[in-house]
Design a protein around this ligand. Structure first.
Ligand code: COA
Length: 382
């Protein structure tokens, strides 16, 4: 009970507000069904009344009160379930007899009470009436939204080139191979020299120059991964130069310029050239020769995020590697001690028409060795 609008002894008329009650679902005003005098209020503010219990006793006037004159003690209780909204001729929902629970139910089903024939006393709408009505098929009013035109953009430029090369890559049976590399030492090495390289050479040093250079050294041991299938599919052409393509994400689309002749370059040279290609790619200033003649590819998707990828070979090349994000993860060392490791997952795709899975795995193992022990790499640098 949250509010009384009448006191004991008050003379009230039909439809006058008696009180306001709050259920767990809603707040409802209860009105009187009769003209009369309030004889007794049953609840104090804040008290709980159960549905069906009497809220007030009333002495009723009018037709009934004539009888009541004789039987003065005739007092009419107004129970909780008589949550009355007066029956008035206009058939609005409010004018229909129903308990708050039933009104709520009708609301849940999106029904208008005045559309429902009440099966209770005086046409009161009951729960069964709502359920019965809700189960009947009704006309569905279609909800229309204004038609928005789809935007049509012709495929051209970089996107069209991507479509062409990816279409031809569909002819290649891709073999996938994944592994994880522990780059903890490389991370420390880069951290140690990064500032100095920037300061003395003006070069931004990311992980890519080390990885590109290590790939080149590993390709020297597995030259088939730097080969190409000729157009008649009759010969393998072993390419002399390691022109390592690096996928560059640009606002104009995905580009694949390559660092040429990496086998003859230092890590610093590679870093310098990568920075130039990256910058030129972002400004749409790459030349056709920057893009042409790649022999092997890397895609550092990990600079954006992600752990694994399924890279698509860029024909006529025979292999590509996708680098995942370097993450700090718990790993065990050789003695079984737990340590904090910088782990990068790598996903390879190779052309299974010419590359055996074992070759890809051995190449990846060698690269892993170089990147996990950068000092090993030093021994192979020219
Ligand atoms: N994991 C964690 N950190 C990485 C990372 C990786 N895999 N790759 C790069 N980073 C770090 C870099 O070390 C650098 O850190 P710093 O600011 O401390 O020096 C930072 O992220 C930014 O590196 P970025 O400028 O991207 O240089 P990069 O040489 O590592 O990569 C590109 C250059 C061109 C490869 C890269 O910018 C790019 O475009 N990648 C997306 C390629 C793509 O879209 N592939 C999908 C092909 S379908």
């Amino acid at each position: 009970m949250i509010e009384w609008f009448v006191n004991e002894g008050d003379h009230i008329t039909q439809f006058q507000d008696l009180c306001e009650v709050q259920s767990d679902k809603s707040t409802v005003k209860i009105t009187s069904r009769y003209d009369g005098v309030i004889k007794k209020r049953y609840y104090e503010l804040g008290e709980f009344a159960q549905v069906g219990q009497t809220l007030v006793d009333m002495e009723i006037e009018g037709e009934e009160s004539n009888e009541a004159d004789e039987e003065i003690s005739t007092e009419q209780p107004t129970p909780m379930e008589d949550v009355i909204d007066p029956p008035v001729p206009s058939q609005s929902s409010q004018s229909v007899l129903a308990t708050p629970a039933v009104r709520n139910l009708a609301k849940q089903y999106g029904l208008n009470l005045s559309d429902i024939k009440g099966g209770g006393k005086d046409g009161r709408v009951l729960k069964e009436d709502i359920m019965q009505h809700a189960e009947q098929p009704h006309d569905v009013i279609p909800i229309t939204t204004p038609a928005l035109e789809d935007r049509v953009e012709p495929l051209k430029g970089i996107r069209k080139a991507m479509l062409r090369s990816m279409k031809s890559s569909l002819n290649i049976p891709h073999f996938g191979y994944n592994d994880e590399y522990d780059l903890t030492e490389l991370v420390l090495l880069r951290k140690r020299i990064k500032k100095e390289v920037k300061h003395s050479h003006g070069i931004k040093l990311s992980y890519m120059p080390f990885i590109v250079k290590a790939v080149s050294v590993a390709l020297s041991k597995y030259p088939i991964l730097n080969s190409q299938l000729d157009s008649n599919h009759e010969n393998l052409i072993y390419k002399t130069n390691h022109n390592i393509g690096v996928a560059v994400d640009t606002p104009h689309g995905l580009l694949l310029p390559s660092v040429k002749s990496v086998q003859n370059m230092s890590v610093l040279d590679v870093a310098n050239e990568l920075n130039r290609l990256h910058e030129a790619g972002l400004n749409n200033k790459l030349s056709p020769s920057d893009i042409a003649d790649g022999t092997f590819s890397l895609s550092n998707i990990g600079s954006i995020g992600g752990t694994y990828a399924s890279p698509v070979i860029f024909p006529p090349q025979v292999a590509i590697g996708a680098l995942g994000k370097i993450q700090v993860l718990p790993r065990f060392d050789r003695n079984g001690d737990l340590l904090k490791a910088h782990i990068m997952c790598i996903s390879w795709s190779a052309d299974h028409r010419v590359i055996e899975g074992a070759t890809m795995a051995r190449f990846s193992n060698l690269l892993k060795d170089f990147l996990e022990n950068p000092s090993q790499l030093l021994l192979h640098l020219k």
